[in-house]
Ligand binder design. Sequence first.
Ligand code: ARG
Length: 288
Amino acid sequence: MTGLPWGRRFLMCPPEHYGVLYEINPWMNREVAVDLDLARGQWGDLVATLTEAGAGVELLEPQPDLPDLVFTANAGTVNRNRFIPSRFRHPQRQPEVDHDVAWFAAHGYEVAWLPEGVGHEGAGDALPFRGVFLSGYRSRSDAAAHGPLSALLGAPVRPIELVDPRLYHLDLTFCPLDDRRAMIAPHAWDSYGRKVVEALVPEPLFLEVEEMLGFCANSVVVGSTVVMAQCPRRVGKVLEDWGFDVAIVDVSEFLKAGGGCRCLTLALDVAIPATDGPPPSTGTSAAR
Ligand code: ARG
């Protein structure tokens, strides 16, 4: 089967309260207006495309004054029935956490907290591949998060330093496609990170800087369908040769906040097996 063993169930949040109301990454500019009707339409197209590709979509209720809640990839990191809430760098996004935690607690997930003062922005910075999580750090997540994250996930975590401020989350630079292939953007990583990824990915599709800045790596893979904001001919040709179908969804209104297709989704069905038995279940649900 072409595709990933996860990516059939996603959490998404309708863009009722979406907008570019502050600037916390280089893409955001409060003077650029968002067309909310267009955003609603684009978000609806993304849901329809994911559903048609065979995925189920669950909904997080939108909240006033939390315009970035639409980017559910940053809610936290999921492995099996465990949810590790994000610890956001910027105060503007910190109030999202209570809403994320409420959803996961109500849906039967065990909530396990990273230590206070250690930043990590969830699946936006942590993607599973071949039994490990790659986890990006620098602008948003801290290198210090990776030890505790690994203990809570019950899975190995390999830290990757993100060096280009425009590519501030790992999911802008790395996109797992199946158990051997991934779109990768070494330009965005330091030399150690490049070595780690290149050793891990047997068949990489290297992205050029321009392709990356077109949010190519920020794609959602559902079975053999790759859902992308746009697809340069060269990239499309490789994906098709590998047996994938490309589905394009215009998410222009969300790119204004620095987020693409992947950022608008959080996979709920990631299940990386524990390497050293089950994750610890004591001492992890302590209050924040
Ligand atoms: N405006 C949001 C922020 O800066 C965009 C988040 C994009 N999410 C992602 N997973 N890359 O936090």
